[in-house]
Ligand binder design. Sequence first.
Ligand code: NAP
Length: 194
Amino acid sequence: MGGTFNPIHYGHLVAAEVARDAFELERVIFVPAGQPPHKKPVIADAQHRYLMAFLATAANPWFELSRMEMDRPGPSYTSETLAHFHAQEPEALWYFITGADAVMEMPTWHAAADIFRHAEVIAASRPGYAVRIEHVTAALPAATGRVHQLEVPALAISSSAIRQRVARGWSVRYLVPDAVMQYIRKNRLYGSGP
Ligand code: NAP
């Protein structure tokens, strides 16, 4: 489960749980991006994003959390992350779960074809969002038959909306786990006041 998780929210958690059922996953490993390749460094510090992901996932026995991308210097390329996991358990069937918008951009990613040598991809989307998988496969033939759409109503929640709400002093209760809400407040993230 890859994402910037800035911050992690219930949409991500529900998506992971729904994917676990739908694809009969043994476990879901959350991998916060250390240095997202496509973003300027305006995002919350990787350590904050990691700790919020820890608070959000710790109670679920099927969820794990990896520091792998955070601890690897340089941009967090998904192809390298999946090569690492695949090498650990080459006989396992690996899936890379992330947001559908991100999946649509995959043809532009570093060594994108390698991703599909190591894993299939689950594009989590809110209902009604048309994931144009054929656009991805037209530009990236290695993706053919290896991208799955998963509709998740809870993905109406978004990290950007949470950041905006925090900056305005509005509540994010019921959008993020309580511990994450308190962590944001305590560390004054996203423009939250004292
Ligand atoms: P993003 O562009 O910030 O997000 C695109 C959309 O997907 C947003 O609506 C986002 O919602 C949603 N999303 C992101 N992660 C999700 C998840 N795990 N479950 C459900 N929805 C999710 O994408 P990003 O978060 O920075 O990156 C997504 C993943 O792609 C990361 O693992 C990143 O490292 C990888 N990536 C790799 C490359 C590369 O290898 N070159 C390039 C770009 C991205 P929220 O904002 O609410 O999360």
